[in-house]
Design a protein around this ligand. Structure first.
Ligand SMILES: Nc1nc2c(ncn2[C@@H]2O[C@H](COP(=O)(O)OP(=O)(O)OP(=O)(O)O)[C@@H](O)[C@H]2O)c(=O)[nH]1
Ligand SMILES: [Mg+2]
Length: 366
């Protein structure tokens, strides 16, 4: 599962990529290879469990980001997304749009003026436009297919044409595919086309160091702009976050530093990563022990047996049952033994739908 970071040229994509992945990809204009890295998904529960079990190591869930090289010069001018760049975007499981709000006279902007909200609209429109092009091509192909087609084939083509026309109209009206209501069958039929507007989407405003006091307002405005859609929104200062990430301080020192810069509460970067995780429809079940405390990514309601396979294929193959306690119950009773005594440690079978925050021990036999 990977998230592609996209946006107009020089908006801070690589900077935000470095911040999220604690990497040090070179911040150069027009790089020609993608940067790939993983970010730790923030999870306060792991800190608490670490305190309880004192494990040798603690492992966070991760999300993978791909920083796509050189956004084409024409991006934002509705010349269409095509070629290799389109392939990169189609391959991703989710998209993350970065829009520039930081002022820096030495960094050229594709438009004459600075307006992150306009740039987000531009990017949203670019994605729509790319999908309309894909739709047009397919509709043409369907129209051609009618020639010489037999009865059953004609019916299938007629149905597809009706569906494509319907989503095209809605797209032209500004409704991305992810916000259109489609049946499972329709989704299946459309999945092969890799439409960009059907992918989960996060929009991020990249604020300047001198705009830290405006970040909360920017995020509020962004959130209200995307209300009623399945788009997620965050605002952060990419440069500050990248510098913090590269200083390699511990969390407490980072929090102090943020506070000294006037940033309070959870960092925008952490919000962005958490949103990315949930945009991919991922939640975590947890395992605990002296050896390791760990968060494992699964899709919500994944069956226990399949979830066990995330840890090791043997656990899936030889699955007997899971011992499950919720994180909240474990916190309430303090130890697994006490949770067992109180009857909140449950025995669950193969098809138990695992929930976010379930602490699970798997019994297996191979
Ligand atoms: N002042 C300031 N400068 C920033 C910020 N984010 C990025 N920059 C600068 O903007 C320039 C472009 O940043 P990049 O992260 O390379 O942007 P990009 O979107 O990856 O650029 P391309 O890949 O060339 O499209 C660099 O000089 C960065 O230092 C920020 O939050 N504040
Ligand atoms: Mg870059």
């Amino acid at each position: 599962m990977e998230i592609a970071i996209i946006g107009l040229p020089q908006c801070g994509k690589t900077t935000i990529f470095n911040a999220a992945t604690r990497g040090s990809a070179e911040v150069v204009a027009y790089a020609n290879k993608p940067n790939i890295g993983v970010a730790k998904v923030p999870d306060k529960r792991l800190d608490v469990l670490e305190g309880m079990f004192n494990p040798r190591r603690t492992v966070h869930a991760e999300v993978m980001y791909v920083d796509i090289p050189a956004a084409p010069e024409g991006l934002g001018k509705t010349q269409g997304i095509s070629g290799e760049y389109l392939n990169f975007l189609q391959r991703a499981d989710a998209l993350l749009i970065v829009a520039r709000s930081f002022q820096d006279p030495s960094v050229p902007h594709v438009a004459e003026s600075l307006d992150a909200f306009r740039d987000i609209d531009t990017m949203l429109y670019e994605l729509t436009f790319a999908d309309l092009e894909i739709l047009e091509r397919r509709l043409q192909r369907v129209a051609d297919g009618f020639k010489g087609a037999g009865g059953a084939e004609r019916d299938a083509l007629t149905r597809e044409q009706a569906l494509l026309d319907r989503i095209k109209n809605a797209l032209e009206g500004g409704t991305h595919l992810r916000d259109q209501s489609l049946t499972d069958d329709e989704k299946r039929l459309l999945s092969g086309f890799q439409f960009l507007t059907s992918k989960p989407l996060i929009v991020v405003v990249n604020a300047g160091e001198d705009q830290l006091d405006q970040i909360a307002d920017m995020e509020a405005r962004l959130t209200s702009d995307v209300e009623g859609t399945n788009i997620k929104a965050a605002a952060l200062c990419g440069k500050l976050e990248m510098e913090l990430a590269q200083m390699g301080q511990d969390e407490e020192e980072e929090a102090d530093f943020r506070a000294s810069m006037g940033v309070v509460g959870e960092s925008g970067l952490n919000r962005m990563i958490s949103m990315s995780y949930s945009a991919l429809n991922l939640v975590s079940f947890l395992t605990v022990g002296e050896d390791e405390v760990r968060a494992w990514p699964i899709t919500r309601d994944m069956h226990a047996q399949q979830a066990a396979g995330k840890i090791h294929t043997d656990l899936e193959r030889g699955f007997i049952r899971g011992e499950v306690v919720t994180y909240d119950d474990l916190c309430k009773y303090g130890t697994l033994a006490e949770a067992r005594k109180k009857g909140v440690l449950r025995q669950e079978g193969k098809t138990y739908p695992v929930q976010d925050g379930d602490i699970m021990n798997i019994l297996f036999n191979v």
